[in-house]
Design a protein around this ligand. Structure first.
Ligand code: ATP
Length: 201
């Protein structure tokens, strides 16, 4: 299976891009969704989290109390690493399972942390949705009604734009109309179909 990894900073347009390619019949594997699936009640990772962090992070209905867990890991890098040692392998496994189940000509793995985790190793090609910070800010504050300062803090904590650009095979600058984003994606889609055909030949 030929896998294209799609990544980008907050509000860059990852969802806009993946929605468009989904409309062309491409299977989308969403790492954010996978990260939620693996901590659902009954999943092994949730049991490991309870063992490591205690019953205080489990809500009365047996689900993960994200807020309680966030408070523990927020200020403590060692605790955060302990959590990631549980979740990252489980997320990777869930992503691999979904990729294996995909029947579209290629599969799109959408992940904000593609380049920060080993998830990029599951891909054959990396597409970066790139946008200037001013647009990331404008789009995210308009979409989520969150404070500008909060979005600025997230942008500052994410991988710098130039570092991301340096690691991508394809960089799509999403700084115009949605119609322009779609046009650029049309061309990349044709390229990925050809690469996928070569890959399976
Ligand atoms: P996040 O990392 O926060 O999930 P994202 O990278 O998935 O963000 P989107 O949700 O796709 O980003 O885009 C952010 C907002 O900007 C959305 O409301 C989207 O509709 C809008 N948007 C994206 N690209 C464009 C564009 N080219 N023109 C106008 N609006 C856009």
């Amino acid at each position: 299976m030929f896998v294209v990894g799609l990544t980008g900073g907050i509000g860059s347009g990852k969802t806009a891009a993946s929605d468009y390619l989904a409309g062309k019949g491409i299977t989308i594997v969403d790492a954010d969704l996978a990260s939620r699936v693996i901590v659902e009640p009954g999943q092994p990772a949730l049991g490991l989290i309870r063992e490591r962090f205690g019953t205080g992070v489990i809500a009365a209905d047996g689900s993960l109390d994200r807020r309680a867990l966030r408070e523990i890991v927020f200020a403590d890098a060692a605790e955060r690493q302990a959590l990631e040692a549980i979740t990252h392998p489980a997320i990777g496994e869930e992503i691999r399972r979904q990729i294996a189940a995909s029947t579209s000509p290629y599969t799109l793995l959408v992940s904000p942390l593609l380049l920060d985790t080993s998830q990029h190793q599951l891909t054959h090609r990396i597409l970066l949705i790139d946008a200037p910070e001013t647009l990331q800010l404008a789009r995210t504050t308009a979409r989520d009604k969150v404070a500008r300062k909060q979005v600025e803090a997230i942008i500052a904590a994410q991988m710098p734009r130039q570092a991301r650009i340096g690691r991508a095979d394809d960089v799509l600058l999403n700084d115009g109309l949605l119609a322009h984003l779609h046009q650029k994606l049309d061309a990349l889609h044709q390229q990925y179909l050809a690469l996928a055909a070569d890959h399976s030949a």
